[in-house]
Write a new protein. Sequence first.
Length: 161
Amino acid sequence: MHLSGKPFTDASGDRLREWMGVDDTIFYDTKKIAIVPMGFCFPGQTPKGADLPPRRECAAHWHDGLFSLLTKLDLVLLVGKYAITYHLKGHDNLSNFAKQPLYETVENYKSFFSVNDASKATPLYLPLPHPSWRNNHWLKKNLWFEEEYLPLLRKEVHKSL
């Protein structure tokens, strides 16, 4: 990402595009998809090589203002726990998911479809684990994610495009 200047230009990006059912051309088309990272800079790594959490001041400074400008959102993919917590904490029907562990929230993906406003006054929020290799074990243990959830996710992504 540092070399290309674009987010998700690594193996996790390949996985995320596969989950969404889109190629690079669509994924990086700013007229179709807005990629809004939780932190607008790389926060560094822990001594064990894991990414540090996004810096709080970045989300607080940028997200609310940026999302107020994005007025025609049909679908918001919440990639990872930090995005889920930040975006759902003030959402009346979904705020309880902001407090749950990531995987419980993802396992309850059907709830997100049921609370979606049919008038599309609010976008459909869909939670995802981060597509990092660190989640390979969970993905192998939870085959329903690929078999049940990803086809629904792809359908919603393509409807929104």
